[in-house]
Structure formats: structure tokens, C-alpha cells
Unconditional design. Structure first.
Length: 73
């Protein structure tokens, strides 16, 4: 997607996002296992969190593109 310094920055941001998603999935799995009576509420929160993760990913990509398009101009 990006080359050079922009590639390094975008890779670092996306790796941090990936780590956060993996931690979140682990926490969700643990909560679903510990409290089976609250599954519906937890799954609703999980759905909203997935939407937030997708929005953050899109924002990260836009910020990186804007940052490096201004630097190139």
C-alpha cells in the first residue's frame, strides 16, 4: 500500500490495531465463558465494538494518507 517511511508508519499503526483487536477478542471470549447469562448484552457490545474498530481502521488509513500527501506536496 505504502512504500518507504509511509509504509513503516502504516505497518506500525496496523500492527497496534491488530494487537488491540486480539486483546479484545480474548477478553470477549473470557467474558462469554465466565458469564453465560449475559451473552446477549456482551454480543451487542461486541457488535458495537466491531463497528468502532472498523471506523478506527478507516480513520487511521485516512490520517496516514493525508499526512504523507501533505508531506509530498
Amino acid at each position: 500500500m505504502f512504500f518507504g517511511y509511509a509504509g513503516v508508519v502504516s505497518t506500525a499503526v496496523l500492527l497496534v490495531d491488530l494487537v488491540l483487536v486480539m486483546v479484545w477478542l480474548g477478553a470477549l471470549g473470557y467474558l462469554l465463558w465466565v458469564s453465560p447469562g449475559q451473552r446477549r448484552v456482551l454480543l451487542v457490545v461486541a457488535g458495537m465494538t466491531v463497528l468502532a474498530i472498523v471506523a478506527c481502521y478507516a480513520l487511521d488509513i485516512r490520517v496516514i494518507r493525508a499526512m504523507f500527501s501533505v508531506a509530498a506536496a
